[in-house]
Structures are given as structure tokens and as C-alpha cells.
Write a protein that binds this ligand. Structure first.
Ligand SMILES: [Zn+2]
Length: 246
């Protein structure tokens, strides 16, 4: 007669060992979750539910929060208020594809030759770009502050590349800006048309500020993109946020 197999039984000692390991594992998971929570709380730039403050570093959650501002002008103005950025609100103007319901002018920004009205999401991104990328890059590479950021304009009621048909440019609603040069406190002027090529400090600076713009603008076009952008960076806050960075 075949021997009946012995039923498998965990001894009390082994069972206790498993229970202790399970408890230890649970405690470790708890500690891990808690430290994750503490870390996210201390890094609002990585926390999708923390209110956006432009004084915080650019983090994993920054771009998503900037996109959300596109359709929420009051929230965008709350962000620049909270971030203590100087600005003025101008009356809406224009109509149809060139209507500009949101005209926000940065009042303490080193723009030259003037500070043009733009959409609030572009203004918020310009502030982040200046403080988190342009100024640190100028200090790091040239040991100088930024005196002026030169632009070629914001608003232009036209279709892409001035064509007679096709998609409207983000410039038509003031949701884009073209940046052409930087002037340092020490008097040096770095322009895209003269300094983009080569491997001098000026070219390194321009690439660094282009790359930094990619984290805060939906579209970034540089001289690398095409001949039409040989003398300027085009930045816009296209609501699709396709993350174009060229
Ligand atoms: Zn442009």
C-alpha cells in the first residue's frame, strides 16, 4: 500500500519568522512612503498639487502647471502675484484670430527696447527663464549680471511665416516672443546673429539659455531650426504644449 504523503505544515517557529518579516517589510514600506511624502512636500517644483511659485526651481511638475495657465488667466495672474513679479494688466484689444483678451506687461523686466504686453503664460515663463537660466548662465560664464534682454516683438497679426493662408502664428495673440540679444552689466552684447556659431563663451551661453527655455516654453525655435530664426529665439506658449525644442 502506498504511503500517504505527510501534510505540509509550517512549524510555529517558521510561521513566526514569516510574520516578523512581513511586519518589517510593511514598516519599511511605510517609512519609504513617508519619506517620499516629506521629500515632495519640500520640493513643490516636483509636486503636481503644490501651487506654482515662479521663485521655486524648475522641476518635474513645472511644465504641467505652466500649461494649465494657458486657459486660466485669473490663475496665471494669481501665480505672478504670489511670485511677487511686477506686472500691469492692459485692456483687451483686437478681434477674430488676433483678439488679445490677455495683455500682461512685465514692469520690472530688463526688456529692451521696451516691455511689450504679452499673454500672462508667456510672461510667467519669461520670468522663470530669466531667473532660473539666463541670469545663472551669465554669472557662470561671464561673471556678470544681465542688464538687458533685447526682443524683436511679441504681437503681430499674421499667419505662420506671414503666409496668406494656413495656421495663425502665436504672435497673432501676443502668445509668443522673439529674443535677439543679451547685454551684460559689464557692457558686453551677445547677439544670436553674431555669436550663435563657434565654440566661444558667447555661443555656449546662447545654447545654454536656449536649452533652459525648453523646460518652460511649449515651443522653442533657435538658429538650429532654420534660416528664418538665424537672428532670434522664438518662444511661445502654444496650448498643445508639443514640447518643440529646436
Ligand atoms: Zn516668433
Amino acid at each position: 500500500m502506498a504511503k500517504k504523503p505527510k501534510p505540509f505544515r509550517i512549524s510555529r517557529k517558521v510561521g513566526k519568522f514569516h510574520a516578523e518579516r512581513r511586519l518589517l517589510l510593511l514598516a519599511m514600506l511605510g517609512i519609504l512612503a513617508y519619506s517620499g511624502y516629506i521629500w515632495v512636500e519640500a520640493h513643490p517644483e516636483h509636486n503636481p498639487s503644490a501651487p506654482l511659485d515662479l521663485r521655486h526651481p524648475v522641476g518635474m511638475a513645472t511644465a504641467t502647471k505652466l500649461v494649465a495657465l494657458k486657459d486660466d488667466v485669473p490663475e496665471c495672474r494669481a501665480v505672478i502675484d504670489r511670485s511677487e513679479v511686477g506686472y500691469a494688466v492692459l485692456d483687451p484689444t483686437g478681434e477674430g484670430p488676433c483678439a488679445r483678451p490677455d495683455r500682461t506687461r512685465l514692469t520690472d523686466y530688463p526688456f529692451a527696447p521696451n516691455s511689450p504686453p504679452m499673454t500672462c503664460p508667456v510672461a510667467a515663463a519669461m520670468e522663470l527663464w530669466r531667473t532660473k537660466t539666463v541670469e545663472p548662465a551669465a554669472l557662470d560664464i561671464f561673471a556678470s549680471e544681465i542688464a538687458r534682454i533685447e526682443h524683436l516683438g511679441v504681437y503681430s497679426c499674421r499667419r505662420l511665416y506671414g503666409r496668406s493662408e494656413g495656421a495663425w502664428s502665436e504672435h497673432a495673440t501676443g502668445n509668443a516672443i522673439d529674443i535677439s540679444a543679451f547685454v551684460l552689466e559689464d557692457g558686453r552684447r551677445i547677439s544670436l546673429i553674431s555669436d550663435w556659431n563657434g565654440d566661444a563663451d558667447e555661443a555656449r551661453f546662447l545654447r545654454q539659455v536656449r536649452d533652459g527655455a525648453c523646460g518652460v516654453f511649449a515651443t522653442v525655435l533657435s538658429p538650429d531650426y532654420n534660416e528664418a530664426h538665424a537672428d532670434h529665439f522664438h518662444f511661445d506658449q502654444d496650448g498643445r504644449w508639443t514640447g518643440v525644442c529646436r
